[in-house]
Design a protein around this ligand. Structure first.
Ligand code: TYD
Length: 654
């Protein structure tokens, strides 16, 4: 907040969000005045509809256009529309305005998100994002209070001061005019933010690529054991939330007899509860397992709705709304964190866009459908022995919404069951990830390893790089013996045992402790070097070599092996002037090594990937990163030791 530009940016966000919320309340009330139940439903539908149509296009606009200008224009237009609302009578204009307002907000939002990293150093992005969330939701309770006060003020002015006489019966107008000022404020703030222009290249949008990404994301969301129940919970809850919002105005008037300001207060209490819930969620998450917390929050919010449907006066409704809001806030924030935890970075964007779509779809259904349902059910009275039970449509429908949310909450408890089942099956602590680079001599392993380790660190991984032979002090002594060009008489088994000895020290001293601490270990060579060089090229046999190595390492295997393929002649040329004992080996030894690696890759496609090492450093690096992103998080591999070497290697994973 000490950063001037961020502060302006934050204020612009908070104030224009305030405007947004006031607009939502004011439009709902205008719609009710002009067209009753159905009017509210239609206006709310018009609000959510652009999410599907404009949402995807908005991202493109934001990426191609000057973001600052985009935001300013969107603000000015929103201000003008809101200003015009009281002057144009009838429902159609309200619908048109709702679509336009929402579309502009949908362009404004991504422009804002995309600009954020321009101000904020990477390390502070998380805080900046939390502040952003607060700027979006924080104004909610304030909005309803501001709205309620403005309506009161308008009524007061209309009664006392003659020139405000026109406000009589149009108390909403004053709120709308003040609302348009919030957008003007935001436009001014954004215009004085120093926003470095982003260096965007005009890259044509690849629709097939975008489509495939979208499908990948949807499949992930559909198939993930935990993500799916959470999403179902969220969807049902937002259907209910949409219902409450569109029914609220009518419910407050019909059942609670409390009018427009009553609705303002009700949403105000709900919003305040929500903010408290958002704030409390992190603390509660320390005491209660997150998935348990999520499901209970949804179930409690649903029970709250059922209670709300039953109350008869505003002073009973307000605390209930507060509690529902609190549970909703806890559920929302916890669900968000759960999704983050369950999703790898690579899938986050798509998972969250699925979450947003589900939320929008939920709200759409809730907002659009429930008023019609309420209208269809109609108002009833049931005569009981003791008297008459009043059952207006809004009350019955609120109960329906409560039951729906309850269903969502109950369905989301499946995630807890699946987690418990998972924990019972595999009580594994979080371990690090183990990647090995393999390759014939001079294939460019070292260069690629350095580049990759740098990439991992830049992505926040705790990385340990190491090598064989000679990763430890003891190993360096062994290495001297192994590679000494003088030691021409070394027996093949001695050689194999020395490599294994080096490896056991390496695992015990470096690799195991790092993995146990959750670090990512990148090693230059590991078991597969012995399998290729000693097992296959020297002809000692894979089973024998794997046997010694397994004993030496306690069975540790890499999660991923990247083999840099290069033809032996180029490799030796690249390796340089002073070949070591192994590099001096003639008689087709290097070719046998290359062949051996391909055979291993063919046998263990789930842990081996072959990369063409003869390409440029940058090309190979891009491949390394792509393979890593694809493989990380996959099942831990197993090793298949082929009985003997096939004369021609079969197809290998690339
Ligand atoms: P080194 O100087 O580390 O170079 P590079 O890995 O870049 O080729 O050489 C290690 C040599 O040891 C290399 O020629 C392969 C050989 N080696 C084996 O024969 N068996 C093994 O198990 C290991 C780890 C290495």
């Amino acid at each position: 907040m000490r950063d001037r530009d961020f502060l302006r940016f934050f204020l612009a966000q908070a104030v224009s969000s305030l405007g947004d919320w006031i607009g939502v309340i004011a439009l709902a009330i205008l719609a009710k005045d002009r067209a009753g139940y159905a009017g509210v439903g239609l206006v709310m539908t018009a609000r959510v509809l652009p999410g599907f149509l404009v949402g995807p296009v908005a991202g493109v606009v934001v990426d191609r256009w000057d973001r600052k200008k985009t935001m300013i224009i969107a603000d000015v237009m929103r201000g003008v529309i809101v200003l015009s609302l009281p002057f144009v009578p009838g429902l159609p204009y309200l619908l048109f305005a709702s679509v336009l307002l929402e579309s502009l907000t949908l362009v404004w939002g991504p422009a804002k998100d995309a600009s954020l990293p321009h101000f904020v150093p990477a390390g502070h992005l998380q805080h900046a994002n939390s502040l952003t969330l607060m700027a979006v939701y924080g104004p909610w309770p304030v909005a309803s209070i501001v709205f309620a006060s403005l309506a009161t003020l308008a009524a007061f002015l209309a009664a006392r001061i003659p020139i405000f006489g026109a406000l009589e019966g149009n108390e909403v107008s004053l709120a709308l005019w003040v609302d348009s000022l919030t957008f003007a404020f935001s436009a001014v703030m954004i215009s004085i933010v120093a926003m470095p222009a982003s260096q965007r290249t005009a890259r044509p949008l690849d629709w097939t690529e975008a489509k495939r990404d979208l499908i990948d994301g949807l499949l992930f969301v559909r198939d993930h054991k935990q993500v799916r129940p959470w999403l179902v919970g969220i969807a049902f809850t937002f259907v209910a939330a949409g219902g409450v919002f569109s029914l609220g105005v009518v419910f407050v008037e019909q059942v609670l007899g409390a009018g427009d300001r009553g609705f303002g207060f009700l949403t105000g209490f709900f919003g305040t509860g929500m903010i408290a819930g958002l704030l409390a969620a992190a603390a509660l998450g320390r005491w209660i397992q997150r998935d348990v917390l999520f499901s209970s929050a949804v179930v409690l919010a649903a029970l709250g709705l059922l209670v709300l449907g039953g109350v008869g006066s505003l002073d009973q409704a307000l605390p209930t709304a507060l509690i529902i809001g609190f549970c909703g806030g806890v559920g929302y924030s916890t669900g968000y964190t759960l999704m983050h935890q369950a999703t790898s970075d690579e899938l986050k964007g798509r998972t969250f866009s699925a979450v947003y779509t589900v939320i929008r779809l939920g709200i759409l259904v809730g907002l659009g459908l429930f008023p019609f349902v309420a209208g269809a059910i109609g108002d009833h009275e049931i005569s009981l022995a003791g008297g008459v039970l009043d059952l207006p449509g809004s009350r019955t429908t609120l109960w329906l919404a409560g039951l729906l949310a309850l269903g969502g909450g109950v369905l989301s408890t499946r995630a807890i069951r699946d987690r418990r089942a998972g924990e019972a099956a595999a009580p594994r602590p979080k371990r690090g990830y183990f990647i090995v680079f393999e390759g014939g001599d001079g294939a460019g392993k070292t260069t690629q390893m350095t580049a990759f380790a740098g990439w991992l660190r830049a992505h926040g991984e705790d990385v340990v790089t190491t090598k064989e032979p000679g990763g430890t002090a003891i190993g360096r002594r062994i290495r001297e013996v192994l590679l000494d060009p003088e030691q021409l008489g070394m027996d093949a088994r001695t050689e194999a045992l020395l490599y294994a000895a080096d490896r056991s020290q390496h695992v015990a001293e470096i690799i195991e402790p790092a993995l146990a601490a959750g670090k990512t270990v990148v090693s230059d060579r590991f078991v597969d070097s012995s399998l290729a060089y000693q097992g296959l090229a020297r002809g000692l046999g894979l089973e024998a070599i794997y046997g010694i190595s397994e004993w030496a390492t306690g069975g540790l295997l890499p999660d991923l092996v990247l083999y840099m393929e290069i033809d032996a002649a180029t490799g030796l040329e690249r390796a340089g002037a002073e070949p070591d004992r192994i590099e001096r080996e003639g008689g087709g030894f290097q070719e046998r090594v290359a062949h051996a690696y391909l055979a291993l890759a063919h046998e263990s496609p789930n842990r081996f990937v072959v990369l063409d090492g003869s390409r440029s450093v940058a090309e190979v690096h891009a491949d390394v990163v792509a393979v890593y992103e694809r493989r990380r998080g996959a099942e831990p591999p197993t090793l298949v030791v082929p009985g003997e070497l096939a004369p021609e290697p079969g197809p290998v994973p690339r």
